[in-house]
Design a binder for this molecule. Structure first.
Ligand code: SF4
Ligand code: MG
Length: 319
């Protein structure tokens, strides 16, 4: 039941809170070891905020984050330290997340230095091994980020995330900024590393087709809530929530049969503001299936079920 609200303030000297951005508004799910959960939704739905809350990079407003049964919600820095080793993040922007003035070897070495794992020659060898493992030339450890392509830069980000041998890696849109051909290479690399190191992924994307093949399960987010959760193939092939269906309709479908089968839904209106989200079902102003009850009664997701959609009138599954 994780909640993250940001206060909106006015005034230069004395700040007055005039509202709350409800970025994450009661989200709950469990991740099993070795699993990949794909988290999808449009820009601004709260995916990145949720990721940062789980990684302990943002304080949580309410609710609980547990890791291996331990409550790690809003831990002070020192007590969060061991979990920082276990939980790493790969960021979206392979350009912005690497300091352009630092050599890639020292960027990748950072976590090992900060956590005082090793130094000197051992450190350099470890960094070169990591570079090799992610498909970079280990001889290039003295180069600067600008000397690498976008895909290679994301490999640098992967190597850095891998350095401490974490158990959970939160991948926040790691391929969104890359060309489609490069995307597949990075996704394959992440899959290989998962098998080799027994990693668990929370994989964030705005495009369902990106997470389809890498995920075991998919969670769909809309305006701070998870609206559908289920096995990756079922969510992709037989979406039950009207919003999931709309998201799928928006992604390009290469196969004309599939395009036919999938009745296209055009979403009307803009994404409402997370400051004052709609009453009842947050999707009701844009939902083609909405009925009167939708604007007053909020549908609930049951994250203990294998498949669940937070909708009063889910799309029937035809088997
Ligand atoms: Fe649409 Fe109603 Fe379902 Fe919300 S609860 S998604 S408005 S049908
Ligand atoms: Mg984001």
């Amino acid at each position: 039941n994780l909640v993250k609200h940001y206060p909106i303030t006015t005034g230069a000297l004395v700040k007055h809170v005039v509202g709350q951005v409800k970025a994450v508004d009661g989200v709950g799910f469990a991740l099993s070891p070795g699993e990949t959960l794909g988290l999808v939704g449009e820009t601004g739905c709260g995916k990145s905020t949720l990721a940062r809350c789980i990684a302990g990079l943002h304080p949580v407003t309410s609710g609980t984050v547990r890791f291996d049964g331990a409550d790690i919600t809003n831990l002070p820095r020192r007590r969060m330290r061991p979990y920082r080793r276990d939980i790493q993040v790969i960021f979206q922007d392979p350009y912005g997340s690497l300091n352009p003035r630092r050599r890639v070897g020292s960027i990748i070495a950072d976590p090992l230095v900060i956590h005082r794992v090793m130094s000197g020659d051992r450190l350099r060898r470890a960094v070169q091994e990591l570079m090799e493992r992610v498909g970079l030339n280990p001889e290039h450890y003295n180069r600067f980020p600008a000397e690498f392509s976008g895909g290679q830069r994301q490999r640098i980000g992967v190597a850095r995330a891998l350095a401490l041998r974490p158990r959970l890696i939160i991948c926040d849109e790691p391929v969104s900024a890359l060309d489609v051909s490069i995307q597949a290479q990075i996704l394959n690399l992440l899959k290989d590393l998962q098998a080799e190191f027994g990693l668990t992924y929370l994989f964030i994307a705005h495009d369902l087709s990106v997470v389809r093949h890498i995920s075991d399960r998919i969670a769909v987010m809309y305006l701070g809530k998870v609206v559908e959760l289920g096995d990756a193939e079922s969510v992709y092939e037989r979406p039950r929530h009207p919003y999931t269906n709309a998201l799928l309709s928006a992604t390009a479908v290469a196969d004309p049969d599939e395009a036919q089968r999938r009745r296209r839904v055009v979403l009307t209106g803009d994404v409402p503001s997370p400051i004052d989200p709609p009453s009842g079902c947050r999707f009701h102003p844009r939902c083609p299936r909405a009925q009167e009850v939708c604007s007053s009664v909020e549908p609930q997701l049951d994250s203990t079920l294998e498949e669940s959609a937070a909708c009063h009138f889910p799309i029937e599954v035809v088997v």
